[in-house]
Design a protein around this ligand. Structure first.
Ligand code: HEC
Length: 183
């Protein structure tokens, strides 16, 4: 009788271990964005971050952080474009010069809304490559031969050695966007 009890106890203990081990294996892996989003790199003389700090920061936070992302998400792209244009001319008192600048500023809001980093390149000549980036991001530039260069990020500015890059890989928290050189 005692042996039977011991055997039952052992069996129970063993099956508990098996069950626990099985659980660990079955536990879902931590959700990480492994599939990066790709989009063309924005090459422009316009500096959306600097513009936003100066024209919009008073009411929406320097880097738009005081926007309610839910209300941004509830806006269609057309409506967002319309509101951004109205704000630049009205509340912001800093009308934009071109539709290209408007498109960049809208993209700035869209990527912010989606918790994604945005990169623009303002310059890439003998004196170096530089531009703007969502603060808190890291940026890796990839040359055609696959060589990688880590950019220096200070606030909303990035800089790196001049070069013929094909990719600008920006990471913000667990989100990654690969910006690709235009054709
Ligand atoms: C004087 C304050 C002020 C300034 C400066 C200002 N805004 Fe606004 N903005 C508001 C207010 C208030 C609202 C919400 C009410 C509304 O829709 O009019 C708003 C709403 C918005 C929205 C809609 C999403 C939301 O959060 O409700 C966007 C996008 C926006 N502003 C962009 C900008 C941009 C871009 C600039 C700079 C060119 C700017 N704003 C400058 C006050 C301001």
């Amino acid at each position: 009788m005692r042996i039977v009890l011991v055997v039952i106890c052992l069996a129970l203990t063993l099956s508990t271990f098996v069950w626990l081990a099985g659980r660990e294996v079955e536990a879902p892996a931590k959700q990480v964005d492994t599939e990066p989003i790709t989009m063309p790199l924005i090459v422009t003389a316009f500096k959306p971050f600097e513009y936003h700090v100066n024209a919009c920061g008073n009411c929406h936070g320097s880097y738009a952080q005081q926007h309610n992302k839910v209300s941004l998400r509830n806006m269609s792209d057309d409506r967002l474009t319309q509101v951004v244009r109205e704000m630049t001319e009205g509340q912001g008192q800093s009308p934009l010069d071109t539709d290209e600048q408007l498109a960049v500023l809208v993209k700035y809001h869209q990527l912010f809304r989606d918790d994604l980093p945005i990169v623009v390149q303002n310059q890439n000549d003998a004196s170096g490559a530089s531009g703007e980036i969502s603060p808190g991001s890291t940026l890796e530039l990839v040359r055609a031969d696959g060589q990688k260069v880590l950019a220096i990020v200070t606030g909303h500015r990035w800089s790196a050695a001049a070069g013929e890059y094909v990719k600008w890989v920006a990471t913000l928290n667990d989100k990654r966007v690969v910006f690709e050189a235009g054709k």
